[in-house]
Design a protein around this ligand. Sequence first.
Ligand code: FES
Length: 321
Amino acid sequence: MTVNTLPSADLDLEVLLAHKETIADGVVRLVFRHPAGDQLPPWAPGAHVDLLLRPDIVRQYSLCGDPGDRSVLEVAVLRERAGRGGSAFVHDALRPGDRVRIRGPRNHFPFVPAERYLFIAGGIGITPIVPMVAAADENGADWQLLYGGRSRSSMAFAARLREKYGDRVVLWPQDEAGLPDVRGILRAAVTGTAVYCCGPERLLVAAEEACAVLPDVALHLERFSAKEITGAAAGFDVELTRSGLTLTVPADRSILEVAEDAGVPVLSSCREGVCGTCETPVLAGVPDHRDSLLTGEERAANETMMICVSRSCGRKLVLDL
Ligand code: FES
């Protein structure tokens, strides 16, 4: 995981929106270039960038273009009807020629080498999967993509993927075929398959439950929204070694908020445990992990934590901040 040790200035870049087009119902594709035509930062399949749309609007979007083409960065954005304004801003206000600050790229959904892949995408969850499919195909891996959506017209990249890869891509429009049997599909997965899943929460939960009883199948998930946070919160102390401060975090506030109030420079973006921007090294104490990102292994290692949502199991935590 990328850890929160870089000052934000090292990650910020202004880019130019060179192209914007509608590619499916409620989905626009954005192509960004460097204003001076320079190369853009390198990235690998699974990476995302933060778009700093306005001072109060920062959103994460998966990169869906070709990592080999450093002249552009591409994202696709679904208009979220019940959203908080980020996607509406992208759809309604952002125009070609506008300059936008980006942060990143970061990658919390890395594409690992495997002989066999099963990709499962729901809706706009197809975006990080598009470059993964291309990489798997280029590497000569055995792969299949199951791509579900409300209807064909709502499924971004569907026609292009079918045209390019044929039967390896199974399209599953809900209005024609109902909901896919994710559990059944995963039960049939061959030993050693790497499963990559991105989409709505119910799809991710189905994949998690199915893979829990398949020890030889490695599941990789990316969440776009936070898992429900459960468990009561209690107050605790946090020592920030770089800043030389010890602060009290009350039950109703996050470490991030308390650190910001104390003037500690700390990166953040989603503030709900989804993006990984606030990931911070843990030096002592046991975190109560409440994010939607770290794997079970990473949680058990207790080397880092997302300070926007995670808390402390004991009276004190010591952080490298
Ligand atoms: Fe996104 Fe903490 S700010 S995980």
